[in-house]
Write a protein that binds this ligand. Structure first.
Ligand code: TRP
Length: 506
């Protein structure tokens, strides 16, 4: 394998540009839009705690694995997987990681771009004073009005896709690297300004209480699945984005310390976004469980009430749009790099074509909020909801599981060891053991439990009045069953992928 060569797409100038690019990928709508609203929906403190555990036990180990795979493969995720599989003489099934990842990237970006479009439209709305001193119903009507208008949604979705493709077309160094090195420092400055503004105006104590006082009775298995899925989504894991960025990483940079920096910054931004949004929600006596509209109704309304709100409100949505932009770049890069390698076409051609396909897929999400709102792909879920659910809660955790298993069992120990290049062998082994045994089991348990309908196992959990399922998660027969299933399942995967050619003449 061409271990010492550079990727044909380029290399980051140094370790810091990798950190900026990976942080740019990680910090996005997931942190500012999704994290606060799912925390609100799933009840606050306990959810936050589970999310933090997922980052530590699953997110960070998988991220290290993904970067290592990219740097060793030195190509697009699909082709890196091919190279790594043949180097390790492992079964061809592992290549699924690359293909499923590319598909997940298409699906995610198609709805991500629509939401990013909302924030672009809100920059304009805020700056032109649409929310200045209006009452709350007007704020709600603005959001519903936008969602009800497919042509407006299409305009902003199209603009956002053009911005994204515009960067990636120019390549790893001239496009991605130079954009990110301007965007990320700006993003941090904006965030600090806004937190200062929020802290001086809002009810920060209620927000802290809501986010950090853990009440486990509110924690359902679904919440645990969502927390796990979100930890993948927010760190951009499980689909090859980080693998692609890893393939442009200098050989001598330390993977472990870089990954800790990126994961730390991402978590910090999510918590800060919560601390910027919830004080405002509570200061106005509003509900934290408003769902996806949380950021687009509550927040603009409040900005409209506050001195300087027009200006700071516009700044806030610029921040959101920047964060989304630097993430979108990483969603389209893996497929672009693959198409360049596979068809030997220019980056411009490859990326434009992929951009158009994703843009077209996005039309389904645009229509989910209006003309096709009654059309459900999964029970009760519009196209938008289905893409979100299938990627965050199914494809990314599955991709992450396979990545952990591949580095843990598929790759040769000494290859993993050399690639990680850690000074401290004890720390390496700790990571390796977590990656082999803790991470996959954790993912599989949550996965199996979260996808099975809770009350079909234990009817006593069903609340006759509300029709909702009860909350006890751990140490039920169902949970223990899940653990046994999870371990068996992992065993089967590893066995079947390990030595495919035994007895076959291939
Ligand atoms: N992490 C980004 C966010 O939090 C979204 C994102 C970018 C992503 N690249 C990804 C999610 C790759 C999954 C996989 O908004």
């Amino acid at each position: 394998m061409a271990n010492n060569n550079e990727s044909i797409h380029g290399s980051w100038r140094n370790r810091w540009t990798f950190i900026l690019a990976a942080t740019g990928s990680a910090v996005g709508l997931g942190n500012i839009w999704k994290f606060p609203y799912i925390t609100g929906e799933y009840g606050g403190g306990a959810f936050v705690l589970v999310y933090l555990m997922c980052i530590a036990l699953v997110g960070i180990p998988v991220m290290m694995a993904e970067v290592a795979m990219g740097r060793r493969g030195r190509q697009s995720p699909i082709n890196s997987m091919k190279a790594l599989v043949s180097e390790a003489k492992a079964g061809p099934g592992w290549k699924l990681i690359g293909w499923m990842g590319a598909l997940a990237g298409f699906l995610i970006l198609s709805f991500y771009s629509v939401v990013a479009g909302w924030s672009l439209s809100y920059v304009l709305k805020m700056a032109t004073g649409v929310f200045t001193e209006v009452d709350q119903t007007v704020a709600g009507d603005q959001f519903n009005g936008l969602l009800a208008d497919p042509s407006m949604l299409m305009v902003w979705h199209t603009i956002f896709m053009i911005l994204t493709v515009g960067v990636v077309i120019r390549g790893v160094n001239k496009g991605i690297e130079s954009t990110i090195t301007v965007l990320m420092p700006l993003l941090f400055v904006l965030l600090v300004i806004l937190i200062g503004y929020g802290a001086s105006k809002g009810d920060i104590m209620s927000a802290v209480d809501f986010m950090f006082a853990a009440d486990f009775s509110k924690l359902s298995m679904e919440a645990v699945l969502v927390a796990l899925g979100h930890s993948f989504f927010t760190l951009s894991l499980g689909m090859g984005a980080i693998m692609a960025y890893g393939s442009y990483m200098p050989r001598n940079a330390s993977i472990a310390s870089t990954v800790f920096t990126v994961a730390g910054l991402d978590t910090l931004v999510a918590l800060l976004a919560g601390l910027a949004i919830f004080p405002i929600v509570f200061a106005n006596g509003l509900e934290p469980s408003a769902g996806p509209g949380l950021m687009f109704v509550t927040l603009p309304f409040t900005f409209g009430q506050m001195p300087g709100g027009q200006f700071f409100g516009a700044l806030f949505f610029i921040l959101v749009a920047f964060a989304a932009w630097s993430s979108a770049i990483s969603l389209i890069e893996p497929a672009t790099a693959w198409a360049v390698e596979r068809f030997k076409v220019s980056r411009a051609k490859a990326c434009t074509l992929i951009g158009v396909i994703i843009w077209a897929l996005g039309i389904g999400s645009v229509l989910s909020f209006n003309d096709w709102s009654e059309f459900h792909l999964l029970p009760g879920k519009t196209i938008f909801d289905t893409f979100d659910f299938m990627t965050a809660n199914v494809m990314l955790p599955l991709g992450g599981l396979l990545i952990a298993l591949f580095v843990g069992f598929g790759m040769k120990y000494h290859h993993a060891y050399n690639e990680m290049n850690m000074k401290n062998a004890g720390l390496f082994n700790l990571w390796y053991i977590v990656l082999r045994f803790v991470t996959p089991v954790a993912i599989a348990i949550v996965f199996i439990n979260g996808l099975l309908p809770e009350c079909s196992f234990n009817a006593e959990l069903l609340n006759a009045e509300t029709g909702e399922c009860g909350n006890s998660v751990f140490m039920t027969p169902r949970f223990i069953g899940g653990v046994i299933l999870a371990v068996t399942y992992i065993g089967i995967i590893v066995k079947s992928l390990q030595k495919p050619s035994r007895g076959l003449s291939s």
